[in-house]
Design a protein. Structure first.
Length: 142
């Protein structure tokens, strides 16, 4: 049974398989990148390396938040480190991943990142793929 990190993104509880997570961090100063896609909030220094900070709400096509999200899940995609912003981190637990039920309707960008459902205390939680939030990877996959 794989481990999942439970997080909050835009008011939704999500599950992220631990194989996608290098670490979780609090992000400090973020330096904006001129002409970057709106998915990219900027660059941040993290343990002697520079990471690209992904504005998760923008990547999902959701309205912007208040900009206060400074917790991030660090993931590596195609050899590059990304900090995917989340509103909150809750827990790590083992779950079985089940396929999405045909009757589940997701709005905005959620269908593009959905990988299935895990169940915690009889509550379904959307399991997501972090690499689907990375702009260049998303474009190549399409």
């Amino acid at each position: 049974m794989p481990l999942f990190l439970i997080a909050q993104i835009a008011g939704r509880t999500v599950a992220i398989e631990s194989s996608q997570v290098e670490s979780v961090v609090d992000i400090g100063a973020i330096i904006p990148v001129p002409r970057a896609e709106r998915h990219v909030r900027g660059l941040a220094a993290l343990r002697s390396r520079v990471v690209t900070v992904i504005e998760t709400r923008a990547a999902l096509g959701l309205p912007p938040g208040d900009g206060s999200a400074m917790r991030a899940v660090i993931t590596i995609v195609e050899g590059h480190h990304y900090a995917v912003l989340v509103d909150a981190l809750e827990d790590v637990a083992a779950f079985d991943l089940a396929p999405m039920s045909p009757g589940i309707v997701l709005d905005k960008g959620w269908p593009g990142v959905a990988r299935g459902i895990v169940e915690r205390d009889n509550e379904p939680i959307l399991a997501i793929a972090l690499d689907a939030l990375i702009p260049a990877v998303s474009l190549v996959a399409a």
